[in-house]
Design a protein around this ligand. Sequence first.
Ligand code: ADE
Length: 243
Amino acid sequence: MNTICYIVAMRAEATPFIREFGLKLNENFFAPLPCQLYEGEVNGTRLCVVLNGAQHNSDLVGCEAATLATSQAIQHLRPDLVINSGTCGAFESKGADIARVYIGNGVMFHDRRVPGDDAWTTQSIGNYPVWKGSHELALQLGLPEGKVTTGSSLDMQPCDLEVIQQHGGELKDMEGAAIAFVCSLYGVPVLFVKSVTDLVDHSADTFEVFSRNLAAAGESLKQINKQIISLLTRQNPATNNPE
Ligand code: ADE
């Protein structure tokens, strides 16, 4: 692969990884947009991390910022593979645990309720493709797999849960499906690497639990991403083919 590009929403999710690989900030690369580019080289592959950026003293999370960052990243960096690395909520009833890392095996939206016919439902839910090599990678790394399900809120309303259950969602985030939507338009494969910060089937305050576990999730993401980059940048056509 020539170029691998991570799309990451929060600095806490990316900083351990950026430090590990010694990536450097390319200031004003996306000016006047808030997205930030960190880049470097690993085993001859250009490694980029694009952060959504910040506004009102907080990292920009959610689908709008993720759409913008992904679109800019693909247009300006021409990656062979996009990787969305970040945190998620997951279901304890399905065996999830804090800071466990999953590989996404599908991706959907859960909070776009558009009445009408099958075509509107299909568009609303999304169900975009993930990189074909995702399953093999999960096997190689011994990681569990799950379907990423995206909405614009940290909390989960009963109507969200209904859609998530109906469509088999497992890893609840705020960016994944927006990133996959853009990738599908450009025909760029996308891999999801998600670490659990909170268990959505617990009644606890989600934001408090999320904040408490954010650093641990960032560390587990770093460890797994190190292994992923090592595998993907090996000079081995069987493991580094983006198709
Ligand atoms: N990111 C981490 N935890 C989340 C949750 N419960 N919902 C949406 N995004 C998240």
